[in-house]
Design a protein around this ligand. Structure first.
Ligand code: UD1
Ligand code: CA
Length: 477
């Protein structure tokens, strides 16, 4: 079986410059939700390949796929002439394939792998040429309606805008997920015409064509109503987001994670959390974030593509592309970005920013520090207010701080610079030259004392004021 994901549409009703399938929930484009479920089927060997049909702003969609789902192949649909036309653009990629295709609309973020599995089972046992995923909705809205013959078998799909009032009253709708024998479907698609209200080639018209060839078409009616949330506008995206938030929290609550306030906790589809971890209110855990066991993720932390080791504590911090070692503590109010790797039992305190840093085991930067493009050895201590000057206006330079080094308070480290193992640097130093291991570096002006200076100044002021008082009337005249 090969999966096709339709992701070429513009999504006019989003009123956006971004293609619809890249609008997201919990930090993940809706396309990623579909890909995540398909990836499970792929890993189980149910599907062999995943081909994504891209078109509108294809470059943006391809860039996302390359980064997040490197196994995906793509096929280009240009111009975008409807869902039937979209599937036809995959024909070259499917050349020689005489098995089944699973076709999924890219705008179904709540579709689950388990629903797809059950549907595939029905398709197989029924020996159908085409199986449709359908659901009965109390308010079927603008979805395509499933048409059935007098014997109850599926005879076609009519789009809402082409439907008669009687057809619009049908509660059973087309979800936008199809399993089909590829040669039969390809044949039916080759005869599609765009004779409908939108002037598009509708994939849904292939249903009647296949029925007309006396091939078996089956509807797999699910009770998984959320799977059918096809997103067309931002209100639908927000509604699906709320459902996803609840569903994701339930999943991790069931696996031994404490989530203090599920109503304000957002967890992406690719995020993993270990047991006995406590998630405080307002937390966002996105992308490929993996949190270990027995961690505390404090209020309003936002972690993207970040790995947190067992027993670590993150308090009110923002971390993107980080790795935090076991039993380390970060925050409150730390910001780590662009590849920060922190060892075990390290301490990163309040108002510390790090960018592209390797921070050793047991190292500390407890307050008010910026480290950029730096390497900090095990057990080094970075004093309050330390800044690595990594940028000269043109290029970035590295700072290396050795194991056990002690960088005094308020140091300015002008890169490229190395502070050797076990070295000390004096408080308030501006360092421009390397410090050898075990040395003390003082990089500040020597203090000068002028005895009695302040008193003399005060006397001088008093004298001048007295003079001014005598001269005053003259000046006014
Ligand atoms: C489609 C179905 C409708 C179903 C609904 C479920 C058709 C004709 N209609 O309608 O029966 O009830 O989904 O949500 O299929 N796309 C392309 N290329 C195109 C047009 C669309 O790749 O030329 C992609 C879109 O990016 C999107 C998906 O196909 O992911 C569905 O397109 P959309 O325009 O949202 O279809 P609906 O009108 O919702
Ligand atoms: Ca849709």
């Amino acid at each position: 079986m090969i999966a096709l994901v339709m992701a070429a549409g513009k999504g006019t009703r989003m009123l956006s410059e971004r293609p619809k399938v890249l609008h997201g929930i919990a930090g993940e484009p809706m396309l990623g939700f579909v890909m995540n479920e398909l990836d499970q089927l792929r890993q189980d060997g149910v599907i062999r390949r995943v081909v994504v049909i891209v078109g509108h702003e294809a470059g943006q969609v391809q860039a996302y796929l390359r980064k997040a789902w490197p196994f995906a192949e793509d096929a280009i649909q240009a111009p975008q002439l409807g869902t039937g036309h979209a599937v036809m653009q995959a024909a070259p990629a499917l050349a020689g394939h005489d098995g089944t295709v699973l076709i999924v609309n890219g705008d179904l973020p709540l579709l689950s792998a388990s629903t797809l599995r059950r549907m595939a089972e029905v398709h197989r046992t029924e020996r159908a040429a085409l199986t449709l995923l359908t659901v009965d909705l109390p308010d079927p809205g603008h979805y395509g309606r499933i048409l059935r013959g007098p014997d109850g078998s599926v005879s076609g799909i009519v789009e809402f805008r082409d439907a008669t009032p009687d057809q619009r009253a049908i509660p059973e709708i087309n979800v936008g997920v199809y399993l089909a024998d590829w040669p039969s479907l390809a044949e039916a698609l080759s005869h599609l015409t765009p004779e409908n209200d939108q002037g598009e080639y509708y994939l849904t018209d292939a249903v009647a064509a296949i029925v007309g060839r006396r091939l078996k078409v089956v509807a797999f009616k699910t009770d998984d109503v959320e799977a059918t949330y096809g997103i067309n506008n931002r209100a639908e995206l927000a509604a699906a987001g709320a459902r996803w938030r609840g569903r994701a929290c339930d999943r991790w609550l069931d696996r031994g994670v404490t989530i203090e306030d599920p109503a304000t906790t957002w967890i992406g589809p690719r995020t993993v959390i270990g047991a006995d971890t406590v998630i405080e209110p307002g937390v966002q855990l996105y992308g490929t974030t993996r949190i270990g066991a027995r961690c505390v993720i404090g209020s309003h932390s936002r972690l993207v593509d970040t790995v947190v080791g067992d027993g670590a504590t993150i308090r009110s911090s923002d971390i993107t592309d980080g790795t935090i070692g076991e039993e380390s503590t970060v925050g409150p109010f730390a910001r780590l970005r662009d590849h920060v790797v922190v060892g075990r039992q390290a301490r990163i305190g309040n108002f510390v920013e790090m960018k592209n840093v390797r921070f050793g085991d047991g190292a500390k930067a407890a307050h008010l520090t910026y480290l950029g493009d730096a390497e900090v050895g095990d057990k080094a201590n970075i004093g309050c207010g330390t800044v690595t000057c990594n940028y000269d206006g043109e290029r970035k330079h590295r700072t290396t701080i050795g194991k056990g080094a002690f960088v005094g308070t308020n140091n300015t480290l002008v890169a490229p610079l190395t502070v050797g193992d076990d070295a000390y640097t004096a408080a308030g130093s501006t360092l421009t030259e390397d410090v050898p291991p075990g040395a003390l570096a003082l990089g500040r002006a020597r203090q000068v004392i002028k005895e009695g200076w302040a008193y003399r100044q005060a006397e001088e002021r008093t004298r001048r004021r007295a003079e001014a008082a005598q001269d005053g009337p003259k000046e006014l005249a």
